[in-house]
Structure formats: structure tokens, C-alpha cells
Design a protein around this ligand. Structure first.
Ligand SMILES: Cc1cc2nc3c(=O)[nH]c(=O)nc-3n(C[C@H](O)[C@H](O)[C@H](O)COP(=O)(O)OP(=O)(O)OC[C@H]3O[C@@H](n4cnc5c(N)ncnc54)[C@H](O)[C@@H]3O)c2cc1C
Length: 480
């Protein structure tokens, strides 16, 4: 059933309280209902965008240029699924593995095979076919993405909540903080837009508030609760990542190189695990879109352009003489894994609070030398493959070759907010365990891309939904 804030005055909570109704919260609620477990989502917003609530997402970014935080996520029923694009793909096995060849790399406490059993549920929720891949040489593979319609969780699941006896949704329930006693969260402080507040007592609580708010709520609750929620908080808010995006150069094809079809005529290439280890780089996706026309349809102008483009010297002369950028072939978009570093983090602002008195988030986000090198090597791998097979040639831009800093061209990152409450084997290096339970707490879980210890190159929502279904089953099967 769907309720409003006043419902919280009159009812005792179902056994599982979920905070947030984005893909994570809704997938978890649905899974719990399938297992017969009553649950309640506390959702800050209503059915639509509200300026006053969205304003609480504002924050400051320090470091590389990044999105304004209030536009990088949405705070109402359905969360950011109200404006996501729908690119989906599971993470690769190598994304879970500990990489001893890279500094400060812990990997995941679970493996890909722990999430594979939840692929068919994730495909059903996100309305996807499964994806394929094939090695094109020992260093490079062609990978496929699936495109969700994209599923808007509020639209798809509104009727489900209206009619379910097990999954309940309480709108206009903005969670302000958690209070812990004796290793349990004993109360959740909730407010509506009129600033009425109430404390509710959960049996089990799962934070599904997105990859910034999960850290923010825990950091703030640790300050105001008499007992911290995250007892060893050295890593809380830290190891934050997005997928950097950049236009890496141009490619001139002699003919199409991809086998997999995708709605937008893209081919996606990624380094193999062997190449990642050999060149000590992270995961990456090199996205090439087929050109405006095939080689056979070219006119004189295109032949002239192709001839100039083939020589770096000639194209530099043309650029200098005519003072404009020369587009050689089609652009290559790079979307790649960012190194998990403690320096990239969410903190609480010491000077600014939102309208509810909660400190605003402060995001430190900067690309590392390894991030730049990964982009450079990924371009080289594609270049070598296309030249070696006679399929075409690649020209990397100077900023990619220099591997120091990248100009901002359109999307600088994917709005993929990962890390901050990462999963780990030990509480010294992470916030939640392999079952997503906060270390040292009996009844507190975190779900979403904030738990990712590494980012791979795949967009995060598919993995979030797999984790949600896995957590739902875990909560249903655990002894009560
Ligand atoms: C423009 C854009 C394009 C994207 N495209 C893709 C894509 O192609 N593929 C992909 O995989 N991902 C994409 N993403 C990312 C994707 O949207 C997120 O991965 C996904 O929405 C995360 O789901 P979530 O449920 O963890 O968090 P969210 O969707 O952020 O949901 C969090 C929920 O928590 C609620 N909440 C927050 N704070 C509180 C509080 N204090 N109290 C109560 N409730 C609260 C929010 O209102 C919201 O309902 C895109 C994102 C953007 C912005």
C-alpha cells in the first residue's frame, strides 16, 4: 500500500524498513514480498519532483570538474531511475578480483559467480536480454551492453505498491538521522516538508539512498547518535568513484568492425583481463560509433580528409593554418574504471546545512595517474587491433597521449556514484560485509553502488539490482 507521512504516527513498522525508493529500494522490496516478508520503504519525496526537497541534494565538489550534485540524482519516488539512460551490463570477473599488481587494491569479498544466479531476476526487473562478448585478439574483446527501455521504477511499480499487502511505501518521509544503541539502529528520525518529525523504531533497516546519500546519512548519524552506526569509520565516505568519460580521439574505419548490434550503432571494446594485468591498467570501454557514411559512398572531400587525417603532421598543419579542429573519421568515446582511492571521498560540510539542518555533502573527486594511463592504453589497444587487422586506424588526442589531464567535453563522468560504504572482508578496510551488513551492527544494511569496492567499466544499476535480489533472499532466509 502507499501512505503518506502521517501513517508513521499510527503504525508499528513492518520487520524491514528500507530507506529510498530508487532501483535498489524497489528491487529489494519486491524481492522481500516474493519471499513473504512485509517491508516498508521510507521515501523522502512524493510522486513528483519538489524544488524544496531536491535542494537538499546540493553540495560542493573539490577537484576535477564534476556535475552539480543536485542535478546528478533525483529525490522522489523512483529516485534517479526517473532520468537514467538505461545502459546495462554485469561487471566482469576481473572487477571482483583483488589486483596485487595495483596499489591499495582490495577487490570484492564476493565473486562474479555470487551474483550470476541473480541475472535472470535483474533482466526481468530491468527488461533486458542477456549480453555477449567475444575476444577479438588476446588484448581486446568486443562487449555488448543491453538497453533498458529505460525502466522508470516509479511508473513500473506504482500499481504493485498500491495493491501489495507486503510491500508498503511511505512518501514524504525524509530520513534525517539514525540512532544506535547496543549494536543496533533503534530509531530513525523522519521529517516531512512541513518539518513535522517523528522517530520510528525499526527491526531491520536497509539504506538505499544512492551513492552519495548513503555515506552522508551514516557520517551525520555517527556524529549525532550517542553510539556510532559505523564503529570503525576510517573508510566511511572514502574510495568514492565515478566512470570518467572523455572523447579520446578519432577512428577511420575501412568497414564495420563490430559483430554485435546495438540500438545506436556503437561497437564497444574493452581490454581483456590478460591485457589489464600485463599493462597494469584498470577496466575500460572504448565506444566507437560507425561513421556518417561507408567507405564506398565517399566523395572527393572525404578522400582528401582521410588522406590528411592519416598523417599527424599534415593534420597538425591543417589545424594550425586554418585554426579549426579537424574531424578525422568518427569520434571515440572512452568510459572507464576509476581507481578506488581514499582521497576521493564524501565528507560533511562544516559550514553549510540543508533546510533540515543536515550538513551538505562535500565531494572530493580527482582522476589519478593510473586513471589517465588506463585511458591512454585502452586507446592504444584499439589502435593496434584495427591497424593489425586492416580494419582502420586510430588517432588519439594529445591529452590522451600525454596522460596528465583531460579537457571537459560534454559528459565528464557518468553520474555513477560508487564507493563510500564499500564491501570488504574486514571492518578496517570497509563499511559493510559480504552480506551488506554494517560491520558491528546487528540490524543495519547498506545497498547500492556505494558498496562497490571497484567500479569496472559497466554502468552500475544492473549490479545494484543483482545485489538487491541477493540481499532480499539473504534477509528472507536468515534466522529471525
Ligand atoms: C542522467 C543519468 C543517467 C544515468 N544513466 C545510467 C545508465 O545508463 N545505466 C546505469 O546503470 N546507470 C545510470 N545512471 C545511474 C542510475 O540512475 C543509478 O545507478 C541508480 O538510480 C541508483 O539506484 P539507487 O536506488 O541506488 O539510488 P537512487 O536512484 O539515487 O535512489 C535513491 C532513493 O533514495 C531516496 N532518498 C534519498 N535521500 C533520502 C532520505 N534522506 N530519506 C528518504 N529517502 C531518501 C531518493 O529520493 C531516491 O528515491 C544514470 C544516472 C543519471 C543521473
Amino acid at each position: 500500500m502507499i501512505y503518506d507521512f502521517d501513517y508513521l504516527n499510527s503504525q508499528s513498522l513492518p520487520p524491514v524498513a528500507i530507506i529510498g525508493s530508487g532501483p535498489a529500494g524497489v528491487s529489494l522490496s519486491k524481492t522481500l514480498a516474493q519471499h513473504g516478508i512485509p517491508n516498508l520503504i521510507l521515501e523522502a519525496g512524493g510522486f513528483d519532483w519538489s524544488d524544496e526537497l531536491q535542494e537538499t541534494c546540493r553540495g560542493e565538489v573539490v577537484g576535477d570538474e564534476y556535475w552539480e550534485l543536485e542535478f546528478s540524482r533525483l529525490k522522489y519516488f523512483g529516485g534517479s531511475s526517473n532520468h537514467w539512460t538505461g545502459f546495462c551490463r554485469p561487471l566482469d570477473s576481473v572487477d571482483f578480483a583483488r589486483r596485487d599488481d595495483l596499489e591499495d587494491h582490495i577487490g570484492w569479498p564476493i565473486q562474479k559467480s555470487d551474483l550470476d544466479p541473480f541475472q535472470s531476476d535483474a533482466n526481468e526487473i530491468l527488461e533486458l536480454p542477456s549480453v555477449k562478448e567475444r575476444n577479438v585478439d588476446k588484448d581486446l574483446k568486443e562487449v555488448e551492453f543491453a538497453k533498458s527501455p529505460p525502466v522508470n521504477f516509479a511508473e513500473k511499480y506504482r500499481t504493485f505498491f498500491e495493491t501489495s499487502d507486503l510491500s508498503h511505501l511511505c512518501l514524504n518521509a525524509n530520513v534525517l538521522s539514525l540512532t544506535a544503541e547496543n549494536g543496533r539502529v533503534v530509531s530513525i528520525e523522519v521529517s516531512n516538508l512541513a518539518k513535522d518529525t517523528i522517530s520510528v523504531r525499526p527491526k531491520t533497516v536497509v539504506l538505499c539512498m544512492g551513492g552519495i546519500e548513503n555515506s552522508r546519512l551514516l557520517l551525520w548519524s555517527n556524529e549525532v547518535s550517542p553510539e556510532p552506526i559505523v564503529q570503525r569509520a576510517e573508510t566511511l565516505g572514502k574510495y568514492w568513484m565515478d566512470h570518467p568519460h572523455n572523447i579520446g580521439g578519432h577512428v577511420e574505419f575501412t568497414h564495420s568492425v563490430g559483430e554485435f548490434s546495438f540500438p545506436w550503432s556503437y561497437s564497444f571494446f574493452a581490454p581483456t583481463e590478460e591485457a589489464m594485468r600485463r599493462y597494469q591498467i584498470l577496466n575500460a570501454c572504448v565506444r566507437v560509433r560507425y561513421g556518417r557514411e561507408g567507405a564506398s559512398q565517399r566523395g572527393i572531400k572525404d578522400f582528401a580528409r582521410a588522406a590528411i587525417c592519416k598523417s599527424r603532421l599534415l593534420s597538425d598543419v591543417v589545424e594550425e593554418t586554418y585554426g579549426k579542429g579537424l574531424t578525422c573519421g568518427t569520434e571515440i568515446e572512452l568510459v572507464w574504471e576509476q581507481q578506488a582511492r581514499a582521497e576521493n571521498r564524501i565528507e560533511l560540510s562544516r559550514t553549510k546545512t540543508d533546510g533540515f539542518g543536515v550538513p551538505r555533502p562535500l565531494l572530493y573527486w580527482e582522476k589519478s595517474p593510473l586513471d589517465y594511463r588506463t585511458a591512454k592504453v585502452a586507446m592504444e589497444l584499439l589502435g593496434r587491433h584495427l591497424a593489425g587487422t586492416g580494419h582502420g586506424w586510430v588517432r588519439s588526442f594529445d591529452h590522451i597521449i600525454e596522460a596528465k589531464s583531460h579537457p571537459v567535453q560534454g559528459w565528464m563522468a557518468g553520474h555513477h556514484h560508487m564507493g563510500g560504504t564499500r564491501m570488504a572482508e574486514r571492518q578496517e578496510v570497509g563499511v559493510v560485509d559480504a552480506n551488506l551488513k554494517v560491520f558491528g551492527m546487528d540490524n543495519t544494511y547498506v545497498l547500492g553502488s556505494s558498496v562497490f569496492p571497484t567500479a569496472g567499466h559497466a554502468n552500475p544499476t544492473y549490479t545494484i539490482v543483482q545485489l538487491a535480489v541477493r540481499l532480499g533472499r539473504h534477509l528472507a532466509l536468515r534466522p529471525s
